[in-house]
Design a protein around this ligand. Structure first.
Ligand SMILES: NC(=O)c1ccc[n+]([C@@H]2O[C@H](COP(=O)([O-])OP(=O)(O)OC[C@H]3O[C@@H](n4cnc5c(N)ncnc54)[C@H](O)[C@@H]3O)[C@@H](O)[C@H]2O)c1
Length: 231
């Protein structure tokens, strides 16, 4: 097993990619803290583990620094440290009804794309995004990644070891394709993709601790490289 007795925290582990990461980490021998803003979803992930004793569900909104601090205090108290943080928690655009309207437009657009009539339906995501939805997206993707990374570094720097994985989106890598959402991509961009990003700088600063050598183990755009490799 690759992660024997490692302690991992996966944010947004209550569904989708985060849940799959939690289950894989647990299979590989890690003890996994499954965070989600929805407690029942986090608990369902723990129940799905072949050995649920490997999991611990903690409800916290990653966009709220006090809740993030409390979550890390629980991890320190109960598990004694942290080896891996996966900043996975994320949200799609706006409220449910806006998402539904967007989905309908998206489907219409696909039909227009394959028909001879040409594209007449436009998504207009940026034009229709409210202040509130934009701020929430920035709060979850940008603040949330920072708040969790800050607390994780405090624990990891004690052992001078750790791994922090930030999930991003192809929408943040290539925002020039019309089917992609510019606000979603932009909110994923600052921490996750820019070469001078906070994620990279945090990693370089942390790995330079105790060693004057060039930091090792700082990998950017891993997914982009993987998708490049597999074409
Ligand atoms: N699935 C895709 O196609 C896709 C594409 C691009 C990027 N991403 C990114 O990958 C990550 C996972 O995506 P997914 O498709 O599995 O999403 P998902 O919606 O299935 O899961 C996200 C989880 O995060 C939780 N969450 C939301 N806000 C939170 C908060 N403030 N604090 C704690 N938990 C919170 C949700 O409750 C949910 O369980 C996200 O960061 C997303 O932006 C996914």
């Amino acid at each position: 097993m690759k992660l024997s007795d490692r302690i991992a925290l996966v944010t947004g582990g209550g569904s989708g990619i985060g849940r799959a990461i939690c289950l894989t980490f647990a299979e590989e021998g890690a003890r996994v803290v499954v965070n989600d803003i929805r407690l029942e979803a986090a608990e369902a992930t723990v129940k799905e583990m072949s050995d649920p004793a490997r999991g611990r569900a903690i409800q916290a909104d990653v966009a709220d620094s006090a809740q993030v601090r409390a979550m890390f205090a629980t991890i320190e108290r109960e598990l004694g440290g942290l080896d891996i943080l996966v900043n996975n928690a994320g949200i799609a655009l706006g409220a449910d009804e806006h998402r539904e309207a967007l989905r309908r437009k998206f489907e219409t657009r696909i039909m227009e794309t394959v028909s001879a009539q040409g594209i007449q339906t436009h998504l207009d995501v940026t034009e229709n995004l409210s202040d509130e939805a934009w701020r929430r997206m920035i709060a979850v993707h940008l603040d949330g990644t920072f708040f969790c990374t800050r607390e994780a570094l405090r624990l990891m720097s004690r052992q001078n070891r750790g791994a922090i994985i930030n999930l991003s989106s192809v929408a943040a890598l290539d925002r020039h394709q019309p089917m992609k959402s510019p606000p979603f991509g932009d909110s994923h961009c600052p921490v996750k993709n820019e070469p001078s990003s906070d994620a990279r700088n945090s990693a370089v600063a942390a790995t330079s601790r105790g060693s004057p050598e060039r930091p090792r183990g700082v990998r950017e755009r891993a997914a982009a490289r993987i998708s490049g490799d597999i074409g």
